[in-house]
Design a protein around this ligand. Structure first.
Ligand code: SAH
Length: 215
């Protein structure tokens, strides 16, 4: 595949970075990552012209690529350090995966839609983003065989907290998860000791639902 990333795309990305900075994203490393990942390549060709608007878009299988502001917001909450081991639930287009790889994280990611899993598995390495592990499976279960993780990000709206995920965090690790049915509250659980978790909430978002099992 020829990587089609022009100066025009770069210019549009810089505008997108200004937009999300104006909406409150401050972390320079996160803004830099957004300025580098060619979001238009993660979308079906029909939507390329919309790739640098701050909006979610359909990616097939009734799913969406998240809004860039939301990706930046969740990524900022993760406080990623280079070399950290991060679990993502909901690979989708692979865009959030790529943002985490730009931040030099080792990314493990799970997707429950076979079609999207297969597409991301082929596509990500082609554009230079190589995750540690992509799995077709149910994110409610996490990835016990590769746990513990320095942090976990859930990119779909969870009707309730999947308990298995808390147990897969390192001490000091964070779980960033939108919780709720129609509207989700962005919630961060930090593991402060073997048995203790601190919970903080960061406002309302709307995600596609985190569904049970594989499809
Ligand atoms: N991170 C993605 C966001 C995609 S939307 C991106 O940047 O494009 C959320 C994704 O979560 C969808 O692809 C959906 O299929 C997936 N998903 C929903 N329920 C899931 C589950 N139980 N386990 C794993 N993935 C799930």
């Amino acid at each position: 595949m020829i990587i089609n990333d022009s100066n025009r795309h770069k210019g549009l990305r810089n505008q997108l970075v200004s937009t999300i900075r104006n909406k409150g994203i401050k972390d320079k490393a996160v803004l830099d990552a957004i300025s580098k990942v060619p979001r238009h390549l993660f979308m079906d060709s029909g939507f390329v012209d919309f790739a640098y608007q701050d909006k979610p878009f359909p990616i097939g299988a009734d799913q969406t690529i998240s809004q860039p502001y939301t990706v930046a917001f969740q990524t900022e909450l993760l406080e990623v350090q280079p070399g950290q081991k991060i679990l993502e639930i909901g690979t989708g287009s692979g865009y959030q995966t790529a943002v985490l790889i730009e931040l030099k994280a080792e990314v493990y990611s799970i997707e429950r839609q076979k079609e999207l899993y297969t597409k991301a598995k082929k596509f990500l390495p082609k554009v230079g983003y190589v995750p540690k592990k992509l799995e077709f499976g149910d994110g409610y279960l996490g990835m016990p065989e590769y746990a513990p993780f320095d942090s976990i990000i859930v990119t779909a709206g969870a009707p309730y907290l999947p308990k298995a995920l808390l147990g897969q965090l390192n001490i000091g690790g964070k779980l960033v998860i939108p919780i709720g049915d129609n509207v989700q509250v962005m919630t961060v659980f930090t593991r402060t000791s073997e048995k203790k978790f601190e919970k903080l909430e960061y406002g309302d978002f709307r995600f596609v639902p985190l569904l049970k099992e594989k499809n």
